[in-house]
Ligand binder design. Structure first.
Ligand SMILES: NC(=O)c1ccc[n+]([C@@H]2O[C@H](COP(=O)([O-])OP(=O)(O)OC[C@H]3O[C@@H](n4cnc5c(N)ncnc54)[C@H](O)[C@@H]3O)[C@@H](O)[C@H]2O)c1
Length: 356
């Protein structure tokens, strides 16, 4: 059987790590990406075809050329705030184009798809943690009631993909919590978003970047801010679940093997199963960068941010035999190495139009 795996969105942060790890494990990754958000330099682990996942002729042509046996689908827009402002942009790309891709891929002989979904499909998770009555970490049984177009568009893409099960397409939707970290430096890939809204890069960058224009362009000229220190958590800051990107991709490869081995269409949460407060992340960054005296700015809570959001990952552990191996300090150390690298520093300046 062919070991070629198609990776839509493979020039992005998580998709490039999928291509990297698949290649390491002997698969042949083929990336398709329109570079609307991704980086050509990140698509370096096999053939790269530039194009739009919503372009049926393009997708059909790539399938005919490489005959992939399966796809790992990462292509999407990912900014929650932007999705509230421009919902149509998100429904068109994350639901409609994704659905068109699934249909074309299925018709072109791809019968297994692993799909990037998100914990944003669960919406308001506060009731899981209410004193006494809550269910605790979020399992796949938690009701899906997204509170923004990003989460809704991903949930509707999941539903479309599941619907194609009747046409013989088996799929796994993986609902990620917070993904962070990077592959070893030799791989030269890591998080390089524009805009960069994720907590760990936003925390690290002001502590290492020497270019004030870059920090300004990234909205980081004021440094890193902690929002809220009066949550009902041990240190008062919000608790989230962070999973190392290589552990996350290990779960994707297990999901792929599960499908190839005859597994049924299903959904799994992916996180570390452990919660860390913002101040615990700050502490890990202090250690990684040797900045023991660093004190972040503090502002009031932001509306809509729950106190705690942690994944229950027992289903993925049981069915896929998966166990995240990296610690929080590993995640932060790897992210710090990536952001400090001259490769990233040059690439991000270019991305923000500040090269030279
Ligand atoms: N980063 C996280 O913490 C996180 C958390 C939960 C879920 N996710 C999901 O993981 C996936 C990947 O996220 P990421 O952080 O790597 O994002 P990213 O922006 O780095 O990567 C997405 C890639 O998809 C490409 N793309 C977008 N629309 C396309 C289209 N129509 N045709 C072709 N290519 C297209 C972009 O150019 C980009 O390279 C997304 O589906 C996202 O919803 C990410």
């Amino acid at each position: 059987m062919s070991s070629t795996i198609l990776i839509p969105g493979g020039a992005g942060y998580i998709g490039s790590h999928a291509a990297y790890l698949l290649k390491q494990k002997g698969y042949e990754p083929v990336v398709i990406d329109d570079l609307s958000m991704g980086n050509a330099w990140a698509a370096s682990f096999g053939p790269f075809e530039q194009g739009d996942v919503g372009d049926t002729d393009f997708v059909r042509g790539v399938c005919e050329k490489y005959k992939p046996v399966a796809a790992m689908y990462f292509a999407a827009f990912i900014e929650v705030g932007e999705s509230v402002q421009y919902p149509q942009k998100y429904f068109e790309n994350n639901r409609d184009k994704a659905s068109r891709f699934f249909k074309t891929a299925n018709a072109s002989g791809i019968k297994k798809i692993v799909f990037s979904s998100t914990a944003a499909v669960y919406g308001d998770t506060a009731s899981a943690y209410t004193n006494g009555g809550g269910s605790g970490p979020i399992s796949e049984f938690y009701p899906t009631k997204p509170i923004n177009p990003y989460g809704q568009s991903k949930l509707e893409a999941e539903a479309y993909l599941r619907m194609l099960d009747a046409d013989g397409l088996r799929s796994v939707a993986l609902r990620y919590f917070n993904v962070a970290g990077a592959a070893p430096s030799s791989a030269r890939i890591g998080e390089a978003h524009k805009p960069e809204s994720h907590l760990i890069p936003r925390l690290i960058m002001p502590l290492i970047a020497s270019n004030p224009n870059l920090l300004k362009a990234m909205g980081l000229e004021e440094g890193f801010t902690v929002y809220g220190d009066d949550y009902p958590t041990p240190d008062g800051t919000a608790i989230r679940d962070y999973v190392h990107v290589l552990d996350l991709i290990d779960a994707h490869i297990r999901a792929l093997d599960y499908l190839i081995g005859g597994g049924e269409t299903d959904i799994f949460n992916l996180g570390s199963g452990r919660g860390f407060s913002v101040m615990e992340i700050v502490d890990a960054v202090r250690k990684a960068l040797n900045k023991p005296a660093f004190v972040p700015k503090l502002e009031a809570r932001r509306p809509g941010d729950p106190a705690i959001l942690v994944a229950n990952i027992s289903k993925a552990e049981k069915t896929l035999g998966w166990k995240p191996e990296h610690t929080l300090q590993n995640i932060i150390d790897d992210a710090a190495l990536w952001h400090k690298s001259s490769f990233y520093q040059e690439a991000i300046k270019t991305k923000f139009g500040l090269a030279g």
